[in-house]
Design a protein around this ligand. Structure first.
Ligand SMILES: Cc1ncc(C[n+]2csc(CCOP(=O)(O)OP(=O)(O)O)c2C)c(N)n1
Ligand SMILES: [Mg+2]
Length: 451
């Protein structure tokens, strides 16, 4: 995954430059009333369209090959549906943020379809597999001074921002070069240099923090927003609801990006929520996105496996969040194609066929790669070079990280207080004495004090 992530930094910026994906046009709703594909409302055909939503469409570019291929895909996509663990969702080529509950299941914005990803290798080595487009494309749409408040499946944003493979390896091996100095679990990255809040294990606890940070940015008049990432499981936590309400009331420039990947470890989304579209008399269940409008938060559903759709959505959301001082909720539909973590075996609770379908036919990296290849911006040779190159760099980084010594035990007590409070001094003394008395019960490669 990291290979594709690294390279996609260059490719995406090339794509962005070439295709002007960043240029978004606002369409007047009165001339373009929204209709969900296939939806029909005999009660009031215009009930949803007017004044309730902002419709943004990528201004597409007539002169280049990419435009034409995208336009073809748009036409082909109109009547497709995504068979997602949470139910069937229709696709739409229109980027539309809803301000209130619509009168049908909220469609899913997408630009690139699946047909471009039928072939190609899949990389399996980290558990962000299947969710790379959310990571990379959103990172590409943001600015470095936007604060990232992650869950734990977003290392691609750090990679995009310049965190090196050595930095990743140092964190995973908890050595003394790790920014967190071994105080965190592996993969709980954090980097002040990259404006990336440290991952917390407690899911969704980061969401109110992101709102507070965004509010402070607004008060300081900064041209920046906070961007909080979380999973469908995170959206089942109280902190999610507190954060959305808090953000709406404070008019905080925060973007909530929910990676709805169908699973919270072994719990499917069908066992997690019953959120409905409240406008319908017999409301239909509609995942995470419908919750936004209930809190007064503009919201959109997007195909999280479509890098182009992710990019333009986050780009537009950022503009709205900062210029209009408002929170935005993005529900990115995706699938956790790997196990929850290396200690999980998801074949115990979900069909292998389902996993294979998403890995082989709906992989976002393959989809994006096919698209850039078809436009002549990438080739099999470049792919091979990149893969072998990065694999070597990664192995080197791991070997180096393994040899670097661990931070001393006393570092457990530093970096929070200028002057250590007496209770922590006592704990430090007690811990070092215990280790001295029972050295065999503690790892020999962790020094007690700074050498
Ligand atoms: C407050 C809290 N409750 C439970 C857990 C245990 N836990 C760790 S990950 C996880 C699932 C999270 O699922 P989701 O938010 O959908 O993220 P995903 O792993 O699918 O990316 C749970 C329940 C936790 N870490 N924190
Ligand atoms: Mg999940």
């Amino acid at each position: 995954m990291a290979l594709c992530m690294r390279q996609s930094r260059n490719i995406l910026s090339h794509v962005v430059k070439s295709s002007k994906i960043g240029m978004l046009g606002v369409t007047n709703l009165f001339t373009s009333p929204y209709r969900a594909p296939g939806a029909h409302d005999s009660r009031n055909p215009d009930v949803y369209s007017r004044e309730k939503a902002t419709l943004l469409v990528p201004r597409r570019f007539e002169s280049i090959k990419a435009d034409r291929s995208l336009d073809l895909k748009f036409k082909a996509d109109n009547h497709q549906v995504l068979d997602f663990p949470g139910g069937k969702v229709a696709f739409t080529p229109e980027m539309r943020f809803t301000a209130e509950s619509p009168d049908g299941r909220i469609p899913c914005y997408r630009v690139l379809d699946d047909s471009v990803q039928r072939q190609g290798r899949i990389s399996f080595y980290v558990t962000t597999i299947g969710e790379e487009a959310i990571n990379i494309a959103s990172a590409a749409a943001l600015k470095m001074h936007d604060l990232i408040v992650p869950q734990y499946r977003e290392p691609g944003i750090l990679l995009w921002r310049g965190f090196t493979l050595q930095d990743f390896a140092n964190q995973c091996f908890s050595n003394k070069l790790d920014d967190c100095r071994g105080r965190q679990m592996p993969v709980h990255y954090g980097s002040k240099r990259h404006n990336y809040f440290t991952v917390a294990s407690t899911i969704a606890s980061q969401l109110p923090h992101a709102v507070g940070a965004a509010y402070s940015m607004k008060m300081d008049g900064k041209d920046a927003c906070a961007v909080a990432y979380f999973g469908d499981g995170g959206s089942s936590e109280g902190d999610f609801h507190a954060a959305l309400n808090f953000a709406a009331v404070l008019e905080a420039p925060v973007i909530f990006i929910c990676r709805n990947n169908g699973w919270a470890i072994s719990t499917p989304t069908s066992d997690q929520f019953r959120s409905i579209n409240s406008v319908l008399v017999c409301g239909i269940r509609d995942g995470v996105v419908v919750r936004g409008p209930s809190y007064g938060v503009k919201s959109i559903r997007v195909d999280g496996n479509d890098a182009l759709a992710m990019y333009s959505t986050v780009h537009a959301a950022r503009e709205m969040a900062i210029r209009e001082h408002r929170p935005i909720l993005i529900e990115a539909l995706t699938y956790r194609a790997g196990h929850h973590s290396t200690s999980d075996d998801s074949t115990k609770y979900r069909p292998v066929d389902e996993m294979e379908l998403w890995r082989l036919s709906r992989d976002p990296v393959t989809r994006f790669r096919k698209w850039i290849s078809s436009n002549g911006w990438w080739s099999d040779e470049a792919e091979e070079d990149l893969r072998s190159n990065v694999r070597k760099q990664l192995l080197d980084a791991i070997q180096v990280a393994e040899k670097v010594e661990k931070p001393p035990v006393v570092d457990l007590f530093t970096d929070v207080y200028d002057v250590l409070p007496s209770n922590l001094s006592e704990q430090e003394k007690w811990l070092t004495e215990t280790i001295r008395r029972h050295p065999h019960d503690y790892p020999s490669d962790v020094p007690l004090i700074k050498l």
